[in-house]
Design a protein around this ligand. Structure first.
Ligand code: PH2
Ligand code: MG
Ligand code: MG
Length: 162
């Protein structure tokens, strides 16, 4: 069976636009993955991590996939590696970050994978692009729509990004 999954894309090192375009093409060309929608590219200030990093380009993509969640995660890691991702400092600068945000309505909490993405509800740089392509998608943990989660970031008392 096919599942709709949502993926966050980010780059703040190298030719960011070429890298994001290449990552989207690589996703679409992967067996078991069909592209459904891609947001526009959003330029954002880095949140967290070491000081002095460049600005990010962020985007979100919707895919339909026959892979299981771990197979999709492995694919995302292999595409990151193809685009020169070196895993160093937590939240350090990177050529390409592909995060699995939602996998259908599944909730997964294993050492390998947490879905929905643990920071989904707190991150404007994720929710804004995602809301462009999937305002009515539902976060199965909070049972709230993406558009509502994004609006909540503007409310007093909302927790900042982690
Ligand atoms: N990713 C991070 C940490 N901080 N900031 C922005 N603006 N965009 C990101 O994609 C991002 C970040 C960890 O993955
Ligand atoms: Mg990330
Ligand atoms: Mg990541």
């Amino acid at each position: 069976v096919a599942t709709i999954a949502y993926i966050a894309l980010g780059s703040n090192l190298g030719d960011r636009k070429a890298i994001l375009d290449g990552a989207i093409a690589a996703l679409r060309e992967s067996p078991g993955v069909a592209g459904l929608a891609v947001s526009s590219l959003h330029e954002t200030d880095p949140v967290g991590g070491p000081a002095g990093q460049g600005r990010y380009l962020n985007a979100a993509a919707a895919v339909e996939t026959t892979l299981d969640p771990l197979q999709l995660l492995t694919l995302l890691h292999s595409i990151e590696a193809r685009f020169g991702r070196v895993r160093s400092a937590r939240w350090g600068e990177r050529t390409l970050d592909l995060d699995l945000l939602l996998f259908g309505d599944q909730i997964i909490a294993t050492p390998e994978l947490s879905v929905p993405h643990p920071s989904l509800t707190a991150r404007r740089f994720v929710l804004e692009p995602l809301c462009e392509i999937a305002p009515n998608a539902v976060d199965p943990r909070t049972e709230r729509k993406i558009a509502d989660l994004l609006a909540s970031l503007d409310l007093p008392g909302s927790q900042p990004d982690r």
